[in-house]
Design a binder for this molecule. Structure first.
Ligand code: NAP
Length: 254
């Protein structure tokens, strides 16, 4: 019987882990998506879409499907799902591993203002009308409706109506290139950038471009997450699963 793994996805690390496991007959992994983007790209591995129904739903799913390991490879800002994973793992005793890379940190030349959430990011923009590059999602745009005076260029995975008088949406999926980011900021005469501290390589080019152009960045810090065993990339997660699988074979005397 294959070793069953549930991967809470949302990042490229989760996808890469699922791809590796799909090549190995000893494992049966399912990649789970929230279904936030309009079109979930078929990952080419077994997957499911949609919430579980809070902690009770996740617990029920882990028990019903007899999962033997849980991987939290969600985005660092997916704080509800990550918290649910910790609680459900405790309740079911299914081993949990979080895959989360380090946050970005400023280096010389960066002009960052750190804020705790989108409301504070909007306040940090100030009253004076500015040309703002927002790399935030549809669900986070609400905080900026209280500051409709700014010109917003919003980059998000899907197009949507931002319900702001002076906003345009640029629908695009990373990875992004430094030269292209710099050209975009120059062409659009961007004055300030708002970003979440995702920490991913795929979306870090905007920070390099901002540094080159001397642009200020309002950086939304990561939310607090309950503690969990954590690795930075999919490779150690794979090694962790191999070790768990070995241990389960030994327990069963196989
Ligand atoms: P969230 O606030 O932590 O999640 C809200 C709810 O969505 C969860 O309680 C859960 O519903 C469901 N959900 C989230 N991730 C799921 C998953 N992988 N599989 C099944 N259900 C999931 O997270 P979010 O900020 O809405 O983000 C949703 C997804 O988009 C995450 O998978 C995340 O990795 C990805 N993403 C988020 C960001 C971001 O900035 N937040 C950026 C890129 C990608 P139930 O309680 O019903 O189980």
């Amino acid at each position: 019987m294959a070793f069953k793994v549930l991967i809470l996805g949302g990042t490229s690390e989760g996808r890469q882990l699922a791809e590796q496991l799909a090549l190995d007959a000893r494992f049966a992994a399912v990649l789970s998506f929230a279904g936030r983007t309009n079109a979930v790209q078929d990952p080419g591995v077994p997957y499911r879409v949609g919430g579980f129904g809070g902690v009770p739903g996740l617990v029920a799913c882990l028990r019903r499907e007899r999962y033997e390991a849980l991987i939290d490879a969600t985005h660092p800002f997916a704080r509800h799902m990550s918290a649910h994973a910790v609680e459900a793992a405790e309740l079911t005793t299914v081993p949990l591993l979080r895959v989360e890379g380090p946050a970005w940190s400023p280096i010389q030349g960066d002009r960052w203002t750190l804020v705790t959430d989108m409301e504070h990011a909007r306040l940090a923009l100030g009253e004076r009308k500015r040309r703002v590059f927002l790399s935030v999602g549809r669900l986070e745009i609400g905080a900026f409706r209280a500051a409709p005076q700014h010109d917003y260029l919003i980059r998000a995975v899907d197009d949507f109506d931002p319900e702001l008088p002076r906003a345009r949406v640029l629908a695009a999926r990373g990875p992004f290139d430094i030269e292209a980011e710099q050209a975009l900021f120059e062409r659009e005469r961007i004055e300030v950038i708002v970003s979440k501290n995702a920490g991913t390589a795929a979306t870090s080019a905007k920070l390099v471009a901002a540094r080159r152009l001397g642009l200020p960045v309002i950086m939304v810090e990561r939310p607090f997450l309950p503690e969990a065993a954590t690795v930075a990339t999919f490779e150690p997660a794979l090694a962790w699963l191999h070790a768990l699988h070995e241990a389960s074979l030994q327990r069963r005397g196989v």
